[in-house]
Design a protein around this ligand. Structure first.
Ligand code: ADP
Ligand code: MG
Length: 252
């Protein structure tokens, strides 16, 4: 795990429909410490996915820099794991092969890839599904496979863009609890993007509120861990922090 440093990052697109430039990310600077869990929250269109795509190396910034420790990010790389809302699991590979794909690409022998994949599947209670194919799994199970597939690469930084947005509310809470548990055990550096205020507060050490491509607020979340919904839903600090973040998001 390593730290992530973003300095004066910006992105301007040319919008062919409007015939004009659109600046999606304005001069963002942010430091995520090694092993820290940071959420970025903001309304639709505020530049969250643009930011994540630059961090992942999928699109080039218009200005500024991205560093993992002291190494500049120049393009996609195995040092960053990326998890999207809809996971592109390989439909022709089993769950075990999907999770073992990264280790396989790194040249590890099959037996070792299988061992790593099983270890990660056990983190999300899916050992029993190892030999199934993605289309034989529920949506929630597929998201779990997507998360552990990213983790199995042992990335320095895990970048997540609304990974739980398309699962039902109960499964989503379970996935959030699982993610915080896994993070506590393994302490990857995580940047988690969401438009959901409660999710941003529940998960993170710090919530960064984004508005029109700028950082509006950077708020520490001093809630104890492990975090469990049944407790937090009644917790006054959680409620107060969520209200504060909501207020900022709505003023965005
Ligand atoms: N490829 C693109 N070309 C032109 N404009 C884009 C492109 N991608 C995103 N945008 C614009 O940039 C802004 C931010 O979009 P996005 O990063 O997807 O926001 P979010 O993920 O917060 O919803 C929006 O105004 C969107 O229309
Ligand atoms: Mg988005």
């Amino acid at each position: 795990m390593k730290s992530l440093t973003i300095q004066n990052l910006s992105k301007t697109y040319f919008d062919p429909y409007a015939g004009a430039n659109v600046t999606a990310v304005h001069d963002i600077s942010l430091h995520v410490k090694q092993g820290e869990f940071v959420s970025i929250v903001g309304p639709s269109g505020c530049g969250k996915t643009t930011l994540l795509n630059m961090l992942a190396g999928f699109i080039p910034p218009s200005g500024g820099s991205i560093m993992i420790d002291d190494k500049p990010v120049k393009g996609p790389g195995a040092d960053r794991g990326v998890v999207f809302q809809t996971f592109a699991l390989f439909p022709w590979k089993t769950v075990l092969e999907n999770v073992g794909f990264g280790p396989r690409m790194r040249g590890l022998p099959t037996a070792e890839c299988d061992r790593i994949a099983r270890e990660f599947l056990s983190l999300v209670g899916l050992e029993h599904a190892a030999d199934r194919y993605p289309n034989e799994l529920s949506g929630g199970m597929q998201q779990r496979v997507g998360v552990v597939r990213a983790l199995a690469n042992n990335p320095d930084v895990l970048l997540m863009d609304e990974p739980f947005a398309s699962v039902d509310a109960q499964t989503r809470m379970t996935l959030q609890e699982e993610l915080t548990r896994i993070w506590q055990e393994r302490r990857p550096t995580i940047l988690f993007i969401t438009h959901d205020v409660a999710e941003s507060v529940f998960l993170a050490d710090r919530v960064v509120v984004l508005s029109k491509g700028r950082v509006l607020e950077d708020m520490p979340i001093a809630l104890e861990r492990p975090r469990v919904w049944e407790h937090l839903i009644e917790d006054d600090t959680f409620k107060a922090l969520s209200a504060q973040v909501l207020h900022k998001v709505r003023s965005a």
